[in-house]
Design a protein around this ligand. Structure first.
Ligand code: ZN
Length: 405
């Protein structure tokens, strides 16, 4: 039961129920494509005439298209419906502490072209560089119509203004780049905290993932550690839009200093930077150490390769991270009781090595049998995970329920 917020409410008009039905049809096509009009009518328990009208509107809008005809036992062969995604282009941007990735792809997150460059920590310079690259990608691939830009950043985002409230990774406080990039490119720009975007991608770009996908937590482990929370099919944001910052909840009050300025944050034990620093015997809270690590070009993938080739120090550094990862995930389970937790990031390449210690950490620090058994699943490692998240920012808007009450 959800209380109606009378300050936010937008009254239902005569077109509201029609809008809701269109979204239901669109989502049914997405989940069951290819699907016929007759099958849609059966699933929605409404007449064929109403379905045909709604489908015609969706086709006219370019959201749905008619594909091949199906084989019917008798009578007229039905034309099968699909969601139109392949010939709809989008730009996805992933800004990280180390590098920034720019991808031209379609609305399913399939890559057409990808480029990257060292992240410029001056917001103005970064926006100028992104603007140049976006234009070049669109011109170079003769894209006349682009759905917009989805951009993910390692930081907390103010929902209405798109401002980056705090990004410890980038050292930014109250920085705006959304409007600036929209101006530079003439495109709509959506911006989101990377783990929230990854959670949206899990929900919207994987229609097959219906199992438990309404209540889950997505944890990204990379330069930092971020968390996106989905409760009843909706991202949990909280009053100030900063809910879910488990990365900055302390495992120990006297622990190592975190980039956010506090001590002992989960991130300071678990990020890639923390793991690499542990291996090299560096203090990651010292700026010079981070520069040394960045300059060395030594990555998490390199560390995992060393573990597999028998480097015992590398193995110890990795397993230590697994232990802290498990302890932090237990906090999330205790706080939110999700159906499952998905972990994304380079560390999942070594999931066969650390999943035991991660699961043990969850088991040891939770309070019921059900909590202890919460599945922790590794997303396949790969550079495009967060770019899929950026694409999902555009996709989610097309399929989400209309905001009425
Ligand atoms: Zn912190």
């Amino acid at each position: 039961m959800r209380k109606i917020d009378t300050r936010q409410v937008q009254h239902a008009t005569r077109t509201t129920s029609r809008e809701i039905n269109r979204k239901i049809v669109l989502n049914l096509v997405r989940e069951h494509q290819p699907i016929s009009r007759a099958d849609l009518a059966r699933r929605m328990r409404v007449g064929r005439g109403m379905i045909s009208q709604l489908v015609d509107e969706l086709i006219a809008d370019g959201a749905v298209y008619e594909g091949a005809t199906a084989n019917a036992a008798r009578g007229r062969k039905p034309k099968m419906l699909h969601v139109r995604t392949r010939d709809r282009f989008a730009i996805a941007i992933d800004i990280r502490f180390s590098r920034t990735y720019v991808m031209l792809g379609d609305l399913e997150g399939r890559q057409i072209a990808l480029e990257s460059f060292d992240t410029l920590l001056s917001p103005d310079e970064l926006v100028a560089e992104l603007g140049r690259r976006v234009r070049r990608l669109l011109d170079g691939h003769d894209v006349a119509e682009c759905e917009g830009i989805g951009m993910v950043v390692p930081g907390m985002i103010h929902r209405r203004t798109g401002q980056i409230l705090n990004s410890p990774q980038l050292g930014w406080h109250n920085v705006g780049i959304r409007e600036e990039l929209a101006e530079a490119t003439g495109l709509r720009v959506f911006i989101e905290n990377a783990p929230i975007a990854c959670a949206l991608a899990h929900m919207w770009l994987n229609p097959a993932n219906r199992d438990g996908s309404d209540n889950f937590v997505y944890v990204t482990v990379s330069d930092g550690v971020g968390v996106g929370i989905v409760v009843n099919g909706e991202v949990l944001r909280g009053h100030g839009d900063t809910a879910g910052e488990f990365g900055h909840i302390p495992l120990s009050l006297d622990g190592p200093r975190c980039l956010c300025g506090l001590r002992g944050c989960w991130e300071a034990y678990t990020s890639n930077v923390a793991t690499l620093a542990r291996y090299f015997g560096l203090d990651p809270s010292v700026p010079e150490s981070r520069e040394t690590l960045r300059g060395s070009g030594f990555t998490m993938e390199d560390l995992i390769t060393r573990v597999r080739s028998g480097d015992t120090r590398a193995r110890a550094a990795l397993l230590e991270t697994g232990r802290y990862l498990g302890a932090g995930l237990a906090t999330i389970v205790t706080a939110l009781s999700p159906a499952r937790i998905i972990v994304g990031g380079e560390i999942t390449d070594a999931w066969d090595l650390i999943s035991g210690v991660v699961s043990r950490g969850v088991r040891e620090r939770t309070l019921t049998d059900a909590a202890a058994a919460t599945p922790v699943i590794a997303a396949p490692a790969g550079a495009t995970l967060r770019l899929r998240g950026a694409t999902a920012l555009l996709v989610a808007r097309k399929f989400a329920a209309p905001k009425v009450v």
